[in-house]
Design a protein around this ligand. Structure first.
Ligand SMILES: CC(=O)SCCNC(=O)CCNC(=O)[C@H](O)C(C)(C)COP(=O)(O)OP(=O)(O)OC[C@H]1O[C@@H](n2cnc3c(N)ncnc32)[C@H](O)[C@@H]1OP(=O)(O)O
Ligand SMILES: CC(C)C(=O)C(=O)O
Length: 563
């Protein structure tokens, strides 16, 4: 890089407009979408698509809901030409879908293009020629009158050749190429001249497509350019203003949105932003941005993962894992505070409510994605993520202090392994820590007797267990099972907290008990028990806790006389 970029590059001149209206507007309806995946997307690929691939891509675009699809530059190659013929001859174009084809303003190319679409019910024939000063000077060696004459002549040829097929409904689209870098008065002069030749009416409108062929300025500048055209074009009521933003500065989505606020009726782009250089504007993002604002975009991305995989295969270009809405990781939180907020959001969410999940702009389920990838755990994660996964995948609802205790176990794992802990890893760690019967203590059997004693009921528990290989039997009476079990085991166990819930459903249901306890002055820690019987689950939780602190434990349990 050079130390003085101003010696090589210059800032884009802003549009002089002091009463611009677009900043105060909002987008309340979708634009007319036009997919150019099979044309602008295709022309940017290392290996352009085969006819078969284009046929499958076309079907997918139809399924998503596109009503206008630029299918080819038919004069470019046999593949392009044959693809258009197959669409038409095999009746593959649904009644409500219009195909579009692109041509330069050259007679032979126009003739070939019209030949390619013969027999189609309705066609948008799209002609472009560069009008921007750089192109006039460098590419055409001509002036404003020269580029205007090319546009006019090309439009006449299109009229002439297309009129040979009156059974087709012809819609004309004209693009003053590199609109983004052209003088607005010049663009207006050329576009008005083209309009005057085509003579659109409010009933039969033509499309003026104003491309950011190269994105050259901040998106507000593009919006100003579009608003200027909206306000100054002749015969505006007979014109559909279309935009075609490229993404050279990485702001094509913003440019397309501001352009709609500025008066654009139609947007051309590609799925996931494929296209020349940095790509065309991404229609998936635009559509789902609308959706997230409560506006039906008219395009269906319910199966976003399938669409993404298919497009990756057809384009032979991967979609970035962080691509808005579609990337593999975009609904995934690794960091603790995000996971905590998401977990709380899910816990508080009720069906039918407005979506207000922290960090998740839309419900992944609306795009056919599950919630399992919403939270993933690595060394940046906290208790929220760990407990979310145990709850979502295994139905375990850990009490808060157990979440804190267990997340240390997981943190030690992720630090040690230097990698993500999957749900399976986390559950294995949980099983290892809390659900194993091995250890110094193991429960063999327990009998519970309820003594009514009038209103002052008492519970008696007899427990048979192994302590360091020796069989023992103890007995205790208390206010409830846990109290009685604790007394049977010697009374130096203090229960601090207790939670239980059902696990599973139907005949497979089990009970899980979480018991926080302290032995003598030792640290508080949890034991967990799972059993079909809730009482056994509670006693197992005590034994699990004993095993977890067995190094510091001396039970004061008194052997039963009879044992
Ligand atoms: C911004 C865009 O995406 S525009 C679309 C671009 N897409 C493509 O180009 C893909 C398909 N293109 C092709 O396959 C080829 O370019 C073809 C078959 C159409 C034409 O190929 P060629 O005849 O070899 O011409 P080439 O592409 O090199 O074009 C250059 C010539 O066309 C002229 N030209 C370029 N664009 C246009 C236009 N829109 N209208 C009129 N003339 C044009 C150039 O000035 C140049 O003329 P010159 O030879 O007199 O200097
Ligand atoms: C043909 C035109 C619309 C184009 O692709 C561009 O300007 O980027």
């Amino acid at each position: 890089m050079i130390s003085n970029p101003a010696s090589k590059y210059r800032a884009f001149d802003p549009v002089q407009m002091h009463d611009r209206r677009w900043p105060g507007r909002t987008i309340e309806k979708p634009p007319i979408w036009m997919s150019t995946d099979l044309r602008d997307g295709n022309q940017s690929l290392i290996d352009p698509m085969s006819v078969e691939t284009k046929l499958r891509f076309f079907d997918m675009l139809v399924e998503i809901g596109f009503k206008e699809i630029e299918v080819a530059f038919p004069a470019a190659s046999e593949t392009e030409f044959n693809f258009v013929r197959r669409l038409i001859e095999e009746n593959r174009i649904p009644e409500d879908v219009t195909i579009e084809v692109l041509t330069q303003a050259r007679e032979d190319l126009i003739a070939r293009t019209v030949e390619a679409v013969q027999g189609a019910r309705r066609v948008i024939i799209h002609m472009y020629n560069p009008v921007a000063p750089q192109f006039r000077r460098i590419v055409y060696n001509t002036d404003i009158a020269g580029v205007k004459a090319i546009a006019e002549q090309g439009t006449r040829w299109i009229r002439q050749y297309s009129s040979q097929y009156p059974e087709t409904e012809w819609v004309y689209e004209y693009s003053p190429e590199v609109f983004s870098g052209a003088e607005l008065e010049v663009v207006k002069e050329v576009c008005d001249a083209v309009t005057a030749i085509w003579q659109p009416t409010p009933e039969n409108r033509m499309i003026l497509n104003l491309p950011a062929t190269v994105e050259m300025a901040t998106p507000n500048v593009y919006a100003d350019q579009i608003e200027w055209m909206d306000r100054n074009l002749a015969n505006r009521e007979s014109i559909i203003i279309s935009v075609h933003p490229h993404n050279d500065r990485g702001t094509a989505v913003a440019a397309a949105e501001l352009a709609q606020m500025a008066g654009a009726d139609r947007v051309e782009g590609c799925l996931f932003g494929n296209g020349e250089r940095t790509g065309n504007v991404d229609i998936v993002t635009l559509a789902l941005n609308l959706y997230s604002q409560g506006v039906d975009p008219g395009l269906d991305f319910t199966r976003i993962d399938t669409i993404r995989h298919t497009v990756e295969e057809y384009n032979q270009i991967p979609v970035h894992p962080r691509h808005p809405y579609a990337g593999e990781l975009v609904f995934t939180a690794f960091s603790g505070s995000h996971q905590d907020a998401i977990k709380k959001g899910f816990a508080q969410r009720r069906d039918g409510e407005i979506w207000e999940l922290p960090y998740l702009t839309i419900d992944p389920a609306d795009l056919g994605r599950g919630y399992e990838a919403v939270v993933r755990v690595n060394s940046q994660s906290g208790k929220g993520g760990v407990s979310f996964l145990l709850q979502q995948q295994y139905g375990l609802e850990l009490p808060r202090r157990l979440q804190i205790e267990f997340s240390r176990v997981v943190k030690a794992f992720t630090d040690r392994e230097g990698r993500e802990a999957t749900s399976a890893d986390i559950f294995a760690l949980f099983e290892q820590e809390y659900l194993q019967d091995s250890g110094a203590y193991s429960l063999a059997d327990a009998d519970v007797t309820i003594h009514s004693h009038g209103n002052k009921g008492a519970t008696e528990v007899q427990i048979q267990f192994m302590e360091n290989g020796a069989a023992r039997t103890v007995n205790g009476i208390g206010n409830g099972t846990i109290d009685a079990a604790v007394k049977a085991l010697g009374g130096n166990i203090r229960v601090i907290d207790y939670h239980e819930h059902a696990l599973g459903t139907g005949s497979e249901v089990e009970a899980v008990c979480y018991l926080e306890m302290q032995i003598d002055d030792g640290p508080a820690m949890f034991g967990v028990g799972v059993h079909r019987n809730i009482i056994s689950a509670a006693i197992k939780a005590i034994f699990n806790g004993l095993n977890r602190c067995s190094d510091n434990v001396t039970l004061k349990a008194q052997e039963l006389e009879s044992a």
